[in-house]
Design a protein around this ligand. Sequence first.
Ligand code: ADP
Ligand code: ZN
Length: 653
Amino acid sequence: MTAAALDETSETSDALRVLHRVFGYGSFRGAQQEIIDHVVDGGDALVLMPTGGGKSLCYQIPALVRDGVGVVISPLIALMQDQVDALTALGVRAGFLNSTQDMDERRSVEAAFVAGELDLLYLAPERLRSEATLRLLDRGTISLFAIDEAHCVAQWGHDFRPDYLMLSALHERWPKVPRIALTATATEATHGEIASRLNLKDARHFVASFDRPNIQYRIAPKDDPKKQLLELLRTEHPGDAGVVYCLSRASVEKTAEFLVGKGIDAVPYHAGLDARVRAANQSRFLREDGVVVVATIAFGMGIDKPDVRFVAHLDLPKSVEGYYQETGRAGRDGLPSTAWLAYGLQDVVQQRKMIETSEGDEAHRRRLGTHLEAMLALCETVECRRVQLLDYFGQQSTACGNCDTCLNPPEAWDGTVPAQKLLSTVLRLERERRQKFGAGQIIDILLGKKTAKVIQFDHDTLSVFGIGTELGVSGWRGVVRQLLAQGLLAVEGDYGTLVLTEASGEVLGRKREVLLRREPEKAARAEKTARSSRKSAPVDLPEALLPVFERLRAWRAASAKEQGVPAYVIFHDATLREIATAAPTDLAALGTISGVGENKLAKYGQQILDTLVGAESAPEAPGRAPDAPDEDFADVAEPEESEDPAGEPEPEF
Ligand code: ADP
Ligand code: ZN
């Protein structure tokens, strides 16, 4: 029986009927039903759900069920057009008002709103500052207010937008209209701030599990990050769409250039690019298959492309919240995806320095410090990454089996003696010579290297000279990094010089043991084995079905281009995969597939069936060879032009 047929016969709720008919989905996920029922009944709600959890339906369906127009407040002006296109493709009447429109467009949307000819109206928050907008809203019937990206009201977070503070007044002007605030950011602190600042006193709070089981979290020691990234892309994500985050604009550009040079379809994105170039790059990423965007954190909020297969960080994020949001952009469609971060000593030094020199008062710096420490603890943990991440959001869980520490457990070792040697070297330089040095010089002293700089400063006469030959350079860098992470050592000034902290004394005085993490040797291998079933296929499918899937993708790409909409607006990968597997032969069967609603069935149904018939008779689809050897990435190992020393980070915010 098709979803549509089910509706005729049973006593399904209006909400469930809309889910089937409009969205083509079989059932609600998680708390969706409860949230939707609550809002349909006129209640206020605060919804905390991870990215990809299915927040949009929580306000879209009540807006369709209740009388009037659902008003959605969203900071994402650049994405409103795509959001409206996606709804239009489903047969939902949607419009938006923002500064990108001309007068005529605005007038016609306003008229449609007043006439009750819209189901959903998207508004940028700053619109609500104008009395004209408020009067316009008075002239129509509003079914609900949805406040998307609600964490923008929180100053504790990282996306604060002053205009969001005004949203607390909505309730005074329209006391009968229910409000639903939604966010994917969910520490206790942010949660509380959203509720109080939006004046959501009587709202019901819905807190979903923050787990994203389809994302594999991995944090690798940083060695040669661009090379490591390239290897990841070539071995695990050939032809996949993904996001690469870098801290500075300069490294965004260099990394994008590097990838393009290696044949990867990559585009840069940062706040310093010309607005048109930026928009064009974002649009390519959204509309085409398999584009990699290299970006600063200025990119990504609200990007609801479902088939982002990986998110890679080449620099340490400033907070766990930021990291979780950014990595959460992978795998919204629920298919396997990778979150990969390369992290090294330089990151710690750089971030500490940035905090030290940041504007704002002492309390602000302390807050940044707390954020950084939580991030470092995640990087240095020997426990399951996911357990630690979820714990940060106040949720308990057990080892996941799908993160690097689960797949390839690192060892913890007693590093007290090396820690003492290192701290003692710092101490002696300070006490005996009144000198401070960075990690490089200190490691050279420990290793007993007579470099020019060691000789110049007479450091080979120190009693600690050469006492640390049990470790190599990278071993010592690991020790420095972890001591910094644990607060047993600190960096100071512009040159990243190392200084002792109060806690260093406890280690030197043998009052405290130091546990360190030993990086697993064969990390890369194990990761590969864990994922070898994916090979170069964009989705998990039996090999025989790949040509069919590819034909469907090609059909989708052509239709998307013709209509000027992102490919996922037509169908998601997950839906195409299900179509390839089920191989429906008539429209009724096609209509039962998740993601195929009434409107899309009518519009694309026959084309899909034709594509499937064509695939059957064609011996082999053109293009991708499903079993191309992906082990062969020989030129990854080629010597490369040497790196510039890390440029100054230009944080976006
Ligand atoms: P969020 O806004 O929470 O990040 P979305 O609303 O974009 O998540 O939903 C994530 C994906 O899950 C979308 O592709 C959406 O179509 C899909 N989805 C949401 N709810 C359901 C459901 N009940 N059944 C099937 N797919 C769903
Ligand atoms: Zn795990």
